[in-house]
Design a binder for this molecule. Structure first.
Ligand code: MN
Length: 434
């Protein structure tokens, strides 16, 4: 695959501009041990990938601002013996193709890093996340300070990478949007396949396998998060990932699954009847959740906050719970007492991007932050009646419904990226009919 590294060059230029006299230092992700000598599949750190497009471990990126901005990358040198086992590395020569100004072997980190910190006002970095990275950075700072006694300046403060890189990541550029569209379109195909495949007698893991196979067969590298495939009462367990149950006629199946494509995540949820037809109770709940979700989608636009979307969803869900006879009193009573939280216990939206719960501040000086063009969010209201739900909800016990779409905020509203997955009750039933 030919990779165009110009977006990474552009992003590093922007970082350099905002750094002033500072320096940004980012470590690549470390391979995580699973058990004994087996590691989890390696996935690059999102910030690191965002600024380099480089997906090997054991690497460090430094971006220096100021009058002569430059970026420096330290990578694993070529090692034919190791590469026989682990696969090819780009190496120092190869890494020059990434468009960075200087490349050095990572073996020189101990001497190079303190040098890169000299005469810099501050270091933008991540701390407290990786117990292996923190001491290396602190050692380099200490060394830079020792040199500072001989005349050079050394950084006087550490700045969290969130203030700079995560703010950039909150706004998706056109390349990011097209990768998100790809991730969403592959995930949509998997949801449609699941609707066609699931039937009474199927096991949840069979559907999970179908989702994963569809992702991979269409070029996705991995799931964006562990798929949730919850049938019957499992649909009321928010983070159910065991996928063990056999589905029965009359069950709803809740699937919350999305793939990652080119390091961008999709996050889609649909809930459908495994026999192809909603029961009256299931349909009543489904229509309420759908109305709440559509109310949010209509309202999503620049200037609106995620808090406002959540309030909107909550209001529709409260009215629905009252109409069902599950809650009594007025919508205002339900909102102020929080009585609805027994059935709707999570938030309506989060940012979506390289991370499924993407970075970027939600609040500005304590106040919810308005949406802006380029921000991508999910809208995912739900209602969950656990098998232990109170007497007033007896008819709905064991029903769980969530509907989730991915939205790109545009200058005049929002575009639903995940439109290809059926959502209206009759469309869902049609997609499920065997
Ligand atoms: Mn989500």
């Amino acid at each position: 695959m030919v990779v165009d590294f110009s977006p990474y060059v552009r992003r590093r230029c922007q970082v350099a501009k905002e750094l002033g006299q500072g320096v940004l230092v980012l470590f690549a992700a470390s391979p995580a041990l699973r058990n004994n000598d087996v590691t989890y599949e390696f996935r690059q750190d999102s910030d690191f990938y965002y600024l380099t497009g480089f997906d090997e471990p054991d690497a460090v990126l430094a971006i220096l601002g100021g009058a002569e901005p430059r970026s420096v990358l330290l990578v694993s040198p070529k090692d034919p013996e190791r590469e026989l086992w682990d696969g090819a590395r780009l190496g120092v020569e190869g890494a020059r193709s990434l468009g960075v100004d200087e490349v050095f072997p990572i073996t020189e980190l101990e001497q190079r890093l303190p040098q890169l910190l000299l005469d810099r006002s501050h270091v933008v970095c991540r701390f407290g996340d990786d117990s292996l990275v923190d001491p290396r950075l602190v050692r380099a700072l200490a060394q830079a300070r020792r040199q500072a006694r001989r005349g050079a300046g050394c950084p006087s403060s550490l700045v969290d990478v969130a203030t700079l890189v995560h703010e950039m990541r909150r706004y998706k550029d056109s390349i990011e949007v097209s990768l998100l569209e790809q991730a969403v379109s592959i995930s949509a195909a998997a949801h449609v396949a699941a609707m066609q495949q699931a039937r009474p007698g199927s096991y949840e893991y069979e559907i999970e396998a179908l989702l994963r196979a569809t992702f991979r067969a269409r070029g996705s590298e991995r799931v964006a998060y562990e798929p949730i495939v919850g049938s019957g009462p499992n649909a009321t367990v928010l983070h159910y990932v065991k996928s063990r149950r056999q589905m029965m006629a009359g069950d709803l199946l809740l699937i919350d699954a999305g793939c990652e494509y080119g390091y961008y995540a999709a996050d889609i949820t649909r809930t459908f009847p495994v026999s192809g037809t909603f029961s009256a109770e299931q349909r009543a709940v489904y229509e309420i959740v759908l109305a709440a979700q559509q109310a949010c989608i209509e309202a999503a636009a620049p200037g609106v906050t995620l808090d406002q979307l959540h309030q909107r969803a909550t209001r529709v869900l409260c009215q629905g719970l009252i109409d069902l006879g599950v809650l009594s009193g007025s919508v205002e009573d339900a909102e102020s007492s929080g009585s609805y939280k027994r059935y709707f216990m999570h938030k309506t939206s989060h940012y979506l991007g390289m991370d499924v719960h993407d970075v970027g501040r939600y609040f500005d000086q304590g106040k919810p932050r308005p949406l802006e063009p380029g921000v991508v969010i999910t809208v995912e209201p739900g209602l969950y009646f656990s098998p232990e739900a109170p007497e007033a909800a007896a008819a709905y016990r064991g029903i769980g419904v969530r509907i989730e779409d991915d939205l790109l905020i545009e200058p005049d509203g929002a575009r639903v990226l995940s439109q290809a997955v059926p959502k209206e009750a009759h469309e869902v039933e049609r997609a499920c009919r065997k």
